[in-house]
Write a protein of this length. Structure first.
Length: 274
């Protein structure tokens, strides 16, 4: 049976609003943000008279990290700067323009603008990789030596397009040397999909039937954690850490696009120690 590192092996970061991932790679650090700012009082953002954004900015709460969701850009930049300056020791962060595809970017130098990709890899210790989510599954990978790391945006479309396998292939390491982490995402009880999504996975491998629960009327409840775990184990990855918290039901902790279409984005960040 594959060895699994459970939530018991995770411990809180200095700030209760950020989870620091603990896995057996001491030279690699990673963390998961929530909708709350690590230091500032977690009150909703209030627009000034000069702001023209007409959307309900209270939906973004205190620590939105996505520029593309309609929040005040100054607030988002401040939140991103906080991560760079206070948490990751001034490393540059590679942000992505995630399009629910299967493109994997290899990062040697941080681009000035977000790269269009749904996964990224680096060997540089002065670069941090970030994935934004608000229901999709964040997936982190590292080899046991901590020399190569990857971050994956695990929505059902990227998973169906084999983004996990493509990322591992591009990392060019032995799968037996890989450690994986699966973070918070929408839980199975809240993630309803159609028969088309069910058939995509079942057609590729009947093993995925364990990731779906029939609701009736051609609808299913899907489990992204189970889908990703099956893919990882089929590829030979046996060390898998998890933080199985539901973004949809944990309204006071996480953003959720399915719960609130106007909402912020969390970030899952990984970087190598210098």
């Amino acid at each position: 049976m594959p060895k699994t590192i459970t939530k018991k092996n995770l411990y809180p970061f200095t700030y209760s609003t950020i989870e620091l991932v603990k896995w057996p790679v001491s030279s690699v650090l990673a963390f998961q943000t929530t909708c709350h700012h690590p230091v500032k009082k977690n009150t909703p953002h209030i627009e000034t008279e000069t702001e023209t954004n007409t959307k309900n900015t209270s939906s973004y709460k205190g620590f939105n990290l996505g520029f593309h969701v309609g929040d005040n850009p100054t607030t988002v930049k401040s939140n991103r700067d906080y991560i760079a300056d206070k948490i990751i020791d001034g490393r540059e962060i590679q942000w992505l323009e995630q399009v629910h595809g299967s493109e994997v970017a290899y990062i040697d130098k941080v681009a000035n603008t977000p790269l269009v990709a749904d996964a990224c890899i680096t060997e540089k210790d002065d670069i941090a990789l970030a994935i934004m989510t608000a229901d999709c599954l964040p997936i982190l990978l590292s080899n046991k030596e901590g020399t190569k790391i990857a971050a994956i945006h695990g929505g059902w479309r990227p998973l169906a397009a084999n983004i996990v396998a493509k990322t591992i292939t591009k990392m060019d390491v032995k799968v037996t040397e890989l450690v994986a982490w699966l973070g918070p995402c929408i839980g199975q009880d809240a993630f309803e999909v159609g028969e088309d999504v069910y058939n995509i996975f079942i057609t590729s491998d009947p093993l995925f039937s364990s990731a779906f629960q029939a609701k009736g009327g051609g609808k299913y409840f899907a489990n992204l954690h189970t889908i990703a775990r099956i893919q990882l184990e089929k590829l030979g990855v046996s060390l898998i850490a998890t933080l199985e918290e539901c973004t949809y039901t944990n309204e006071n902790k996480y953003y959720s696009y399915r719960r609130n279409s106007i909402t912020g984005r969390m970030a899952t960040v990984i970087y190598r120690m210098k």
